[in-house]
Write a protein that binds this ligand. Structure first.
Ligand code: DGP
Length: 116
């Protein structure tokens, strides 16, 4: 298992972050470099480096990540208009932090999914 990242320190609240939700399986906090009015990262408390490392034993965690994303979107008032959920994987996916995270982006029309 590769080294833990800065996200493990955020989970343990050893460094500051704007945490909007935390339970036994997941933590959600505002992205430091917001790309939209609402930009929240939902991450597992367990260190899973990339989407390639998700195992069957992690299915409850992944389910929780998505139910928490939906709950946060509703609370943020963006559920009806809509939003985008993204998980980047490895270099071609543009992953910068090797602790899986689901980006929740919304609060404005986000346009086409990929820039051309
Ligand atoms: P990705 O490219 O998918 O690995 O996205 C990583 C995101 O993590 C990026 O949008 C910026 C965010 N990020 C990186 N370091 C920190 C941090 O220390 N605090 C917070 N809140 N967000 C961070």
């Amino acid at each position: 298992m590769p080294e833990e990242t800065i996200f493990s320190k955020i989970i343990r609240q050893e460094i500051p972050a704007d945490i909007v939700y935390q339970d036994d399986l997941v933590t959600a906090f505002r992205d430091i470099n917001a790309q939209a009015p609402t930009h929240i990262l939902i991450i597992p408390n367990k260190h899973i480096p990339t989407a390639n490392d998700i195992g069957e034993e992690d299915e409850p965690i992944l389910g929780r990540i998505f139910t928490v994303a939906a709950k946060i979107a509703k609370e943020a008032g963006i559920a009806e208009d809509g939003y985008r959920l993204i998980m980047n994987c490895n270099t071609h996916g543009g992953q910068e932090v090797y602790h899986i995270h689901l980006h929740l982006l919304g609060g404005r029309p986000l346009g086409p999914m990929l820039s051309r």
